[in-house]
Design a protein around this ligand. Structure first.
Ligand SMILES: [Zn+2]
Length: 356
């Protein structure tokens, strides 16, 4: 029996473990899919759940058998799926409909204990279709409060009948140790950015430069690169361009404010610096670059500033870039860097020693 997954990148090892357990008929009763956001945990969990319910003979999920069709339609009677949408917990099927006092109430951010009891009782019932029962719980660490998690422990330890429980978490440290120890862990890992960039180019036609930047920005998590990554990149892009275009004339308070705004965005700083470098390259070649609306403000600001100074500013950013990892305080790091680059561009000399 072959397990097939589509659309999951870079998780050969995790998927291989799942495929093997299906092939050998050695499926665990509880799994924990753990790993950073955007690594394909949920996609894999849903495919695995579907495969567990599928009655196809060769590759599973076959996508054509009745259980597969029902699972796709979210109407498989032996499936429970706790999913999170817009930070709110939703249940398929919606058991809150069966609890009179909860009927019609909007979903909340955590799984209620009475909802958990409904799930437990649904799992303890005999399978409708005569096969397995499968329960997938997304973002298990954040939606299960201690009380809810404790209510689930016994079920997790000894799932009734042929039940398979799959918990998904990007922060397994936030789960009760007693929960974690009862699950077989399947690790999802980020990809090397170069490899992810290559896939983005090949499958989505992303331009080479953009693909690598996007892959780095997403820290190698394909889902992030394909999903919200592009939007975030545009936002960083705009911020870097604006900052670079105004830097020579920026007041000290504005620089401090900028550094303050970015102080909690350590992971975005490499992308910010990268974009600043690109913008300075445009400024440096202002005479050569094609005039466009987007470049006009940069060209205007740097017009009349000697190229060597822009070049030195460029080098100062390059030199400071690897030092971020040694700096516990992102705000101070950014302040020092920006004041220094400003001084170089404006006056032609650095501002003291900012690299240590
Ligand atoms: Zn099937």
């Amino acid at each position: 029996m072959e397990l097939t997954f589509t659309g999951i990148w870079g998780q050969e090892r995790a998927l291989d473990v799942l495929a093997q357990s299906l092939r050998r008929g050695a499926v665990a009763s509880a799994y924990l899919f753990a790993g950073p956001r955007g690594t394909g945990k949920t996609t894999a969990a849903l495919a695995f759940a579907k495969a567990l319910l599928c009655t196809g003979a060769d590759a599973v999920p076959c996508g054509v058998c009745r259980p597969c069709k029902m699972y796709e339609a979210k109407s498989h009677p032996d499936s429970v799926h706790v999913h999170v949408k817009d930070s709110l917990v939703h249940l398929i099927p919606d058991f809150t409909e069966e609890v009179p006092e909860l009927r019609g109430k909007p979903p909340v951010k955590t799984l209620r204990v009475d909802e958990m009891r409904k799930i437990i009782s649904a799992l303890s019932m005999k399978s409708y279709m005569g096969g397995r029962k499968v329960c997938v719980i997304e973002e298990a660490d954040s939606i299960m409060r201690k009380e809810t998690a404790n209510a689930f422990l016994k079920t997790l330890e000894e799932p009734p009948g042929d039940t398979v429980i799959i918990l998904i978490s990007s922060n397994p440290a936030g789960l009760l140790p007693t929960i974690v120890s009862r699950c077989r862990q399947i690790r999802f890992v980020p990809m090397p950015p170069e490899k992810l960039a290559q896939l983005l180019e090949e499958t989505l036609g992303t331009l080479p430069n953009e693909a690598l930047r996007l892959a780095r920005l997403a820290e190698g998590c394909p889902g992030t690169a394909r999903g919200g990554g592009m939007e975030k990149m545009k936002e960083i892009d705009a911020a870097a361009r604006e900052l670079t275009a105004m830097l020579p004339d920026l007041a000290p308070e504005a620089i401090i404010r900028f550094a303050e705004r970015w102080k909690d965005r350590r992971i975005d700083i490499p992308a910010l610096l990268e974009r600043m470098l690109e913008t300075l390259r445009i400024a440096q070649h202002s005479a050569l670059s094609v005039s466009s609306d987007a470049n006009n403000d940069i060209v205007r600001t740097y017009n009349g500033i000697p190229d060597e100074r822009v070049m030195d500013g460029f080098d100062a950013i390059l030199a400071a870039r690897p030092l971020l990892v040694f700096n516990p305080n992102v705000q101070l790091y950014l302040e020092a860097l920006l004041f220094n680059v400003q001084s170089i561009i404006k006056y032609g000399y650095p501002l003291g020693n900012t690299t240590d």
